[in-house]
Design a binder for this molecule. Structure first.
Ligand code: UDX
Length: 440
């Protein structure tokens, strides 16, 4: 093994494209592969096919350097790289809780068939416990007598901060079964390790579980505060002050205690559901049965938001114009997968409202899923003539809205703050009827 192994990244979605570009930034030579020709062409042309702050600049910086290229050809990848990162998606199966492992299985199989020498294959996709052992067997079966080895290396990057999280992660987790595999994966992260990043070396099952355990904890923290928001609504208490007060206890911490419309995206919802499904198969469903509550509390917040808007609209959405601010599952992202904001927008649309939706980055993705809604090109256009304004994704542009300026554009000064980011005193002072989730 050379000092600096050559790397491949298989699957160039949110995770893979970021990983490929950042590894070049860290000094490696990288080849990225995807089966989607259009994605590869976009990347070759220097275009990132999704919104991620900082990533287009890094791609532009490296695309001409010769140290980063993209292909759809497994043979080219197998020939080039010493360490292969598998970064393909594991979406939720249709109509079921379990994860769909088709892409993982086909990526491992396709790569294995083309391997000609001993390499390290590193799984980064989020998978149910037990997948790594099966993938190791698959490698031995399809690439026999070469000593190909597997490592599992979960990824914790957050969309919107993906570059920072990849270049400077808060920890590295390596699931390995041999000294050679450990040394090889260490050489693939040398600059990150030299920067002092903590490394946890463990077995396959622990490495797989670290990821789902971390996401389950985060989801639980959000649903805990949203459960408190429900209690606050019944008692007249203020969930934001409650979160501030308990968050000062360092054992609890203030992060991930923002009550509101709850979590969505391509990770937390499907990961907790896949965990419930896998725990059932393992005979330990009771151990994670609380995750069903976590999921239910989260979905109840969406229904509650629809109700709040209904109250302000005198019991019916029919014939009213509603400005929905936000479609992405969180700010600084164009991702609308399992987005609470888009879900609420669609539900209101089904109840007869004329929805005018505006998101600074996610309009195009939202339109693909919900072409029946009307999309506005600006905040101004969305709120003009509205009977109700609903802030559902907390983009800075929405957080800093002036209640007077917006008030002069709408028909009625009714606002639902689905993310608890507006100042109720200021908005009420400007004559708005202000409602939020868990604040009086
Ligand atoms: C998450 C994990 O944070 C990351 O470590 C993992 O690798 C992938 O899943 P991401 O999906 O990018 O990352 O989003 P994150 O920032 O964690 O937010 C998830 C959801 O929770 C968003 O919908 C967000 O709006 C919501 N959220 C977050 C809250 O409702 N309240 C909070 O206090 C924090």
């Amino acid at each position: 093994m050379t000092q600096r192994p050559r790397l491949s990244v298989i699957g160039t979605g949110y995770l893979g494209a970021t990983h490929a570009v950042c590894m070049v930034e860290l000094g490696y030579e990288v080849i990225g592969l995807d089966v989607d020709q259009a994605k590869i062409e976009a990347l070759r042309a220097g275009r990132i096919p999704f919104f991620e702050p900082g990533l287009p600049e890094l791609l532009a910086k490296h695309i001409d350097s010769g140290r980063l290229r993209f292909t759809t050809d497994y043979a080219e990848v197998a020939e080039f790289a010493d360490v292969h990162f598998v970064c393909v998606g594991t979406p939720q199966q249709k109509g079921q809780y379990a994860a769909d492992l088709t892409y993982v299985e086909s990526a491992f199989a396709a790569l294995a068939k083309h391997l000609t020498r001993k390499v390290l294959v590193v799984g980064k996709s989020t998978v149910p416990a037990g997948t790594a052992v099966r993938m190791a067997e698959l490698l031995t079966e399809l690439a026999p007598n070469m000593g190909v080895e597997l490592a599992w290396n979960p990824e914790f990057l957050r969309e919107g901060f993906a570059v920072e999280d990849t270049l400077r992660p808060d920890r590295l987790v390596f699931g390995v079964h041999s000294e050679w595999a450990e040394q090889t994966i260490r050489s693939a992260f040398a600059p990150v390790i030299e920067a002092g990043t903590p490394v946890i070396v463990t077995d396959f099952a622990t490495a797989e579980l670290v990821k789902v355990a971390a996401n389950s904890f985060l989801a639980t923290k959000i649903s805990f505060i949203n459960a408190m928001a429900e209690v606050c609504e019944a008692t007249g208490a203020d969930v934001t002050q409650l979160a501030d007060a308990i968050g000062h206890d360092v054992r609890i911490g203030r992060k991930f205690l923002n009550a509101g419309l709850g979590f969505g995206g391509g990770c937390l919802p499907k990961d907790i559901r896949a965990f419930i499904a896998r725990a059932g198969e393992l005979g330990v469903d009771q151990a994670v049965s609380f995750l069903r509550d976590v999921d239910e509390i989260n979905l109840r917040r969406r229904a509650r938001t629809v109700e709040l808007g209904l109250d302000l609209n005198d019991g019916s959405y029919r014939g009213t114009q509603v400005a929905v601010l936000g479609a992405a599952f969180k700010p600084n992202s164009d991702d609308v997968r399992d987005s609470p904001a888009l879900d609420v927008a669609a539900a209101i649309g089904r109840r007869g409202a004329d929805v005018r939706l505006y998101d600074p980055e996610a309009n195009a993705n939202a339109r693909r899923l919900h072409p029946e809604l009307t999309y506005a090109d600006s905040l101004d256009e969305a709120v003009s003539g509205a009977d109700l304004v609903m802030l559902l994704t907390e983009w800075q542009e929405f957080r800093s809205m002036d209640p007077e300026i917006i008030g002069n554009k709408v028909r009625k000064r009714n606002v639902v703050d689905g993310r608890n980011v507006l100042d109720p005193v200021e908005w009420r002072g400007a004559g708005w009827i202000y409602r939020s989730l868990g604040r009086p």
